[in-house]
Design a protein around this ligand. Structure first.
Ligand code: SF4
Length: 231
């Protein structure tokens, strides 16, 4: 199927709230799929998860943390040793460099403790707003809403945003959700993106939001145009 365009108009606030309420009921126990035992492990796992599945990261991190159980240990690791462990996560040279640098920052500037504050997190090597949001919300239960590729796609398909940047999507969705639920809303959208609202083809016929989502009519229109030979 050709790429499905995102809706060009946002749904009404009432409809957006209804969509989010359905997702909340559908994914009531939404938690991260990344395995971790402490904020350090979560931070490293999130950095490794860029352009990679959480399942793949979970297969990689046990060996990594067995060898480098603390920021102090990872900060002193040899780049090629770390590359060998994280190779299957993709972009392994850059990721190995970033996690060693982040560990060095933690060790030298934060006594080996992952900071809770956004500014301090984003100052760590390899840590951008999305990673900081995940660490804040998952490790420290702070009000933060991370926008990854699933969240970006699902928020658009639901008509919650027209934002062209993750930051804009974050702003639009957080205006719809009480602050206390931001950290859960992130998981509602991710889980829905993985389970049903897949890229490139969403499984709308099985979706609990389908009746009020603006995307099925767009798909139907595309199918009608294809059937009639129009492009
Ligand atoms: S109806 Fe389709 S496009 Fe809309 S949220 Fe569900 S799966 Fe995604």
């Amino acid at each position: 199927m050709a790429k499905i365009p995102f809706p060009t108009r946002r749904v009404t606030r009432a409809r957006a709230l209804e969509e989010l309420s359905i997702l909340e009921r559908t994914y009531p126990h939404a938690v991260t799929a990344l395995d971790y035992r402490n904020p350090y492990e979560l931070l490293i796992a999130v950095i490794l998860s860029a352009q990679c599945t959480d399942a793949r990261v979970n297969l990689t991190t046990p060996a990594l943390f067995a060898k480098y159980p603390t920021p102090h240990a990872l900060a002193r690791a040899k780049q090629h040793d770390v590359e060998a462990i994280v190779k299957s996560c993709g972009f392994y040279r850059m990721k190995a460099k970033n996690i060693i640098s982040a560990a060095r920052d933690l060790d030298e500037r934060h006594d080996g403790v992952v900071p809770r504050e956004r500014e301090a997190l984003e100052a760590l090597a390899g840590v951008g707003r999305k990673t900081a949001n995940v660490v804040m919300s998952v490790a420290f239960e702070e009000a933060a809403f991370a926008v990854d590729t699933h969240v970006f796609r699902v928020a658009h398909r639901l008509g919650l945003t027209l934002g062209t940047t993750p930051r804009r999507v974050e702003e639009d969705v957080t205006k719809l959700v009480p602050e206390a639920k931001w950290r859960f809303a992130h998981h509602w959208l991710i889980l829905h993106g993985r389970a049903l609202c897949k890229a490139p083809t969403p499984l709308c016929s099985r979706c609990p939001v389908a009746e009020i989502c603006p995307t099925p009519p767009i798909i139907a229109k595309m199918n009608r145009a294809r059937a009639s030979g129009k492009r």
